[in-house]
Write a protein that binds this ligand. Structure first.
Ligand SMILES: [Zn+2]
Length: 389
């Protein structure tokens, strides 16, 4: 099997790889708030420069310099491009000790080990062993390492693809989210809104003079909740009232009450439908005289790559050779950055060494063996995707 050579090469780098994962785990990059990004970027850049990989920084407009740096490493000079893409921020910890890496029975424990510093190292190793074989003529590998994925990607991938990197025409994008051995080829979109109902305050003794915002909110919430059955029938989800608040005191008619709606929709539903349904429901309540204001907190379209695309067929074939069985190909229940690439016509999927079950949890870990396997899989997939056709 051609991939055996890559497996041998990455296994020979095992010690170096463990150290690299531990180095990254020991730099805490919790987001929010987005801490220690500069130190992380320095560490990643140093590795790439040590390997003579051309690397440049992209600092997004609108934030202080070096506070939200994206790294872009390019290997090869051809036009046919494969993208490796990963985020270096992690979710906040349960205990500070999660920022102290720990080894146990082939596992590396620490915040971000599964999501996705272990995955970053898999991509780096893949790039390293590809330096040994070289890329096919006309091929190019671009590795992007970004901040802010865990909070929507505004100053990471969104800014990078708007102003820092042209990706149109790319042959594909691979991202090592913790997929637990399956390929995620699609992701749900997200629409999160805050719905505020306005009233008029009045003391309880003169309640009739006021307009009770809470009563209006109950009607608005009821209208949105009435959509639940329809949404569920299409396999979307809707969380109403994840956060809510309002009112000044128990004896004052509230002049303002609010609640959130978090809607996750399937690629087949789409953002427009998700938005329109909620707006129509609220318009009905407005017509009854309730003063409603909607603030959009988050809007992310869904994405899906066709199962028969060359990227999925190639990646699945290589995974089967390495692991002994073909992987399942499934949609991800969450929101993924593959959407940014898919929107620009680049087939984008996730496959990574970590498990979703432990990601974001108090005992997050990744298996070292899976990092090495993933590195070999990424390297071989790159050669096949960039082969002249
Ligand atoms: Zn992630």
């Amino acid at each position: 099997m051609p991939v055996d050579g890559f497996l041998r090469d990455v296994t020979a780098m095992r010690k170096e790889a463990v150290r690299l994962v531990e180095d990254l785990l020991a730099i805490p990059t919790p987001n929010p708030p987005g801490a220690n990004y500069a130190a992380m970027v320095d560490a990643l850049e140093r590795v790439l420069r040590d390997w003579d990989v051309p690397v440049r920084r992209f600092d997004p407009p609108g934030v202080p310099p070096s506070s939200r740096t994206n790294l872009i490493a390019t290997w090869g000079s051809g036009r046919r491009t494969l993208h490796f893409h990963g985020h270096y921020d992690v979710v906040p910890v349960f205990r500070e000790e999660q920022f102290v890496p720990r080894r146990q029975e082939g596992r590396l424990y620490g915040r971000g080990s599964a999501d996705m510093k272990g995955g970053l190292v898999a991509m780096l190793l893949a790039l390293r062993v590809l330096q040994g074989t070289g890329l096919p003529d006309g091929g190019r590998l671009i590795l992007t390492l970004v901040p802010d994925e865990e909070t929507g990607g505004t100053y990471g991938t969104a800014a990078l693809l708007t102003a820092g990197l042209e990706v149109q025409g790319g042959a594909g994008m691979l991202m090592p989210e913790p997929t637990g051995g399956v390929i995620w080829h699609a992701c749900r979109g997200a629409l999160t809104v805050e719905i505020t109902v306005r009233g008029r305050p009045a003391h309880v003794g003169m309640a009739a003079e006021g307009v009770n915002a809470f009563e209006g909110m109950v009607r608005a919430a009821g209208a949105v909740l009435a959509l639940k059955g329809r949404v569920a029938a299409r396999h979307g989800t809707m969380l109403v009232g994840g956060r809510t608040g309002g009112g000044a005191s128990f004896n004052v008619v509230p002049d303002r009450c609010w609640f959130t709606v978090d809607r996750r929709f399937e690629p087949s539903e789409g953002l427009n439908l998700a938005r329109q349904e909620i707006m129509d429901a609220l318009d009905g309540v407005r017509r009854e005289g309730v003063d409603i204001e909607v603030t959009v907190l988050q809007e992310a379209p869904a994405a899906a790559v066709p199962l028969e695309s060359p990227l999925i067929r190639t990646l699945a074939g290589v995974i089967a050779e390495v692991t002994g069985r073909p992987p399942r190909v499934e949609p991800c229940p969450g929101v993924l950055e593959i959407r940014f690439f898919a929107q620009r016509g680049v087939p984008a999927v996730c496959y990574g060494p970590g498990d979703l079950e432990v990601s974001h949890g108090p005992e997050e870990y990744v298996e070292m063996e899976r990092i090495l396997q993933t590195a070999a899989i990424y390297a071989e997939t790159t050669l096949r995707m960039l082969a002249p056709r």
